[in-house]
Design a protein around this ligand. Structure first.
Ligand SMILES: O=C(CO)COP(=O)(O)O
Length: 262
């Protein structure tokens, strides 16, 4: 029997909060959650680069059971790449996770599957865990090709990644039409794609890798809908945008086990 997958709830703060505001949010969040709540469900905050150092200091200073993630990583290890941030720099800040291929980077920064794959490899090369983001736009959803679209993105993102690394990856399924729109995919929609991703992982690697990988849902997650999303067998967590900027709301999402699924 494989180990049960530990739920992982991550707050992607996107381009919000300066480093002072970031510390305040982390302190409020820590005050709203007990240590067992924070460890039972792996809880990760993903601030902008400029707040990483302050948030890391707050987490370590107060010994908070919070994980730290970054929103992007360069595919290059170091050198003359103005504006880029390397995986090594992030690892030195005790960052554990890095978002790769978020739909906002694919859409507004022209990131394609080849670049996303380079970033996944750059993350693993320095011991960071990539959160590989996949998801379809509205047109693809309406055409009914969303499952193949997402599983193809997973395959491309993991091209050339060995099983020992692939089993550690976190995959975030975020339908683009549900991000920041208030439109959440139904729990069944989330399950359909998350399950197909697991089947694809079994094809690409094996059943053991497929069972180990944690798959998150993202897109207008809030306290009111988290329980029914987490009740799906192939959904192991959530990647939360807007609602992660409010300490009480995000804390309530982390405490999803106390909610009744609707
Ligand atoms: O993109 C997201 C998280 O990465 C989802 O954002 P919202 O929760 O604001 O819809």
């Amino acid at each position: 029997m494989s180990e049960p997958r530990k739920p992982i709830i991550a707050g992607n703060w996107k381009m919000n909060l300066n480093h002072f505001e970031a510390i305040l949010l982390v302190q409020k969040l820590a005050a709203s959650l007990t240590e067992p709540q924070l460890t039972e469900v792996e809880t990760v905050v993903i601030p902008p680069f400029t707040a990483l150092r302050s948030v890391q200091t707050a987490i370590e200073g107060d010994k908070l059971a919070l994980g730290l993630g970054a929103q992007d990583v360069s595919k290059h290890p170091s050198g003359a790449y103005t504006g880029e941030i390397s995986g090594g720099m992030l690892a030195k800040l005790n960052v554990s996770y890095v978002l790769v291929g978020h739909s906002e980077r694919r859409e507004y920064h022209d990131e394609d599957d080849v670049l996303v794959n380079g970033k996944v490899k750059a993350a693993f090369a320095v011991g960071l865990t990539p959160i590989l983001c996949v998801g379809e736009g509205l047109v693809t959803r309406e055409e009914g090709t969303h499952v193949a679209h997402c599983t193809n993105q997973v395959q491309a993102g993991l091209a050339g990644v060995k099983a020992e690394h692939a089993r550690q990856v976190v995959i975030a399924y975020e339908p683009v039409w549900a991000i920041g729109t208030g439109k959440t995919a139904t729990p069944e929609d989330a399950q359909e794609v998350c399950k197909a991703i697991r089947v694809k992982l079994a094809e690409l690697y094996d059943g053991e890798v497929a069972e180990a990988v944690r798959i998150q849902y993202g897109g207008s997650v809030k306290a009111a809908n988290i329980a029914s999303i987490m009740a799906q067998p192939d959904v192991d967590g959530a990647l939360v945008g807007g609602a992660s900027l409010e300490a009480d709301e995000f804390a309530s999402i982390v405490r999803f086990r106390e909610h009744v699924a609707r």
